[in-house]
Design a protein around this ligand. Structure first.
Ligand code: CO
Length: 469
């Protein structure tokens, strides 16, 4: 076993980042036995976007995909990403839904659950952590990484992350992940952060970053020198751009050193070839846009992550206000500061971005406030990292009382009610969870499935009682 371990992201984050999560189960299956041969620490295979895209765009059951992957991957651990109390969705769910989702994820084949919260409010990880432990899974608690606003008082210091990681370790984390979803972590900061975490935390440390700004390879190398245990990489045809650094490049760079991964480049090359063909297919079909493949330093300059930037561009285009982009980019850090400077990751990135667009388009700040932004200020998503100015609170929610307890404490169990609502579609226990997360999207999927399962065709000639074939 080599000293540095690798999590391969090609089945989840890599195609989420490069081709809007459109890799199909059919495309995944033929390469699984080879992926299983490599000796990776784990394969990241499941998460919010893969689940969503299966139901919404691919007409696939995400649970079925997981079971098929598990059937082929007999030796390597399967890993998923989990948004704490948001599960794989966008709102807070009651504890019974969180617990049931964890139970079913592990029962269907997941070994490691990477759990994070957009606000780094540990209370939002509590239920997912205890449920994972109860089901015998590995809890990887993630620290959402971000940087300080320009010119502000240092807040997101190494000490901040170490304290949070220690808190997560006390809550039962089996490992800690630095989750740098926007690719903001720079090499020397990574060195300092990993070193401090290794000194203060006993469990293994994993690094997840993105190649977007072109620094990921250097960041990973410095993290390795500081003692990081596991890093996330993607097989080269599905690497770089907004994805991860290439697996083969890291394996080659570390070979023969004290950090040797022990992985075989010849065996990896079988996977490289397989995904090279798929890459050509994606490029040809226009699924992969060469634009996402080039280095984009926007995130380092204006602190707006790549995915968030493309959302803003399309929101402004729809409003016919593309010329306002610079004004919105200037407004984002102000809205972020007004809302306690949260890390910008789903769902906080959408909430802050959309409010900034409203502020600019209306020509007056907070003249119109989105429901989600009110929720963020009110405490519906948990405690923001920094305190919010009372004047902003007043302006946004008036005299309404803020929530200071764990948001899910206010939620009644909802699993039974959800089961009732989708009873007519249930074919397996897991369906209620698909429904809980993506309701109408799931219903549409269920209806299509019903047609296929029972041969009910929309062209059926009802009068004659026969089905067209
Ligand atoms: Co990521």
């Amino acid at each position: 076993m080599g000293k540095v371990k690798i999590t391969e992201t090609v089945l989840r984050d890599s195609h989420q980042s490069l081709i809007a999560t459109r890799m199909t189960t059919e495309e995944i299956l033929p390469i699984l036995s080879q992926l299983d041969k490599i000796g990776y620490h784990s394969l990241e295979a499941w998460g919010g976007a893969t689940f969503d895209a299966c139901l919404r765009f691919l007409d696939e059951d995400p649970w079925e995909r997981l079971r098929k992957i598990r059937a082929e991957v007999k030796n390597t651990k399967l890993q998923m990403l989990f948004r704490g109390q948001n599960i794989l969705g966008y709102r807070h769910y009651s504890d019974d839904v969180v617990e049931y989702f964890v139970q079913k994820s592990i029962a269907n084949g997941i070994d490691i659950i990477r759990i994070f919260d957009a606000l780094n409010d540990a209370r939002n990880l509590k239920t997912a952590i205890s449920a994972t432990k109860k089901e015998g899974g590995h809890v990887q608690a993630a620290v959402s990484y971000t940087t300080d606003p320009k010119g502000g008082v240092p807040f997101y210091t190494t000490e901040y992350y170490v304290n949070y990681a220690k808190q997560l370790e006390e809550m039962g984390a089996d490992s800690i992940c630095i989750k740098d979803m926007a690719g903001l972590l720079l090499p020397y900061n990574a060195y300092e952060l990993v070193k401090a975490l290794k000194e203060n935390v006993k469990v293994p440390i994993q690094l997840h970053t993105h190649y977007t700004a072109g620094v990921a390879s250097m960041t990973i190398m410095k993290a390795i020198e500081a003692g990081v245990d596991v890093v996330d990489t993607a097989i080269s045809p599905m690497a770089q751009g907004t994805s991860q650094m290439p697996t083969e490049s890291l394996v080659a760079s570390l070979a023969g050193t004290e950090y040797d991964t022990g992985l075989d480049l010849g065996e990896l090359n079988v996977i490289t070839k397989y995904f090279t063909n798929l890459r050509e297919k994606y490029l040809g079909a226009g699924l992969m846009d060469p634009k996402v493949m080039k280095v984009n330093v926007n995130a380092l300059i204006n602190q707006v992550p790549g995915g968030m930037l493309s959302n803003l561009v399309s929101q402004l285009k729809q409003a016919g206000k593309s010329d306002m982009l610079d004004a919105v980019l200037d407004e984002i850090p102000r809205v972020r500061a007004d809302s306690g400077n949260p890390p910008l990751v789903t769902p906080s990135s959408q909430i802050v971005g959309t409010q900034a667009v409203f502020n600019v388009l209306n020509g007056e700040r907070y003249k119109m406030v989105t429901k989600e932004f009110r929720g963020l200020i009110k405490g519906e998503y948990g405690k923001t990292p920094m305190e919010i100015d009372p004047e902003i609170v007043k302006k946004v929610i008036g005299d309404e009382e803020r929530i200071t307890s764990r948001p899910a404490d206010a939620l009644k169990p909802e699993l039974d009610e959800l089961r009732e609502k989708c009873a007519q579609y249930i074919e397996q226990d897991e369906d209620v969870l698909s429904y809980a997360l993506f309701d109408q999207v799931a219903v549409k999927f269920f209806e299509n499935r019903k047609k296929k399962l029972y041969g009910i065709d929309s062209n059926a000639d009802k009068d004659l009682g026969i089905h067209s074939v």
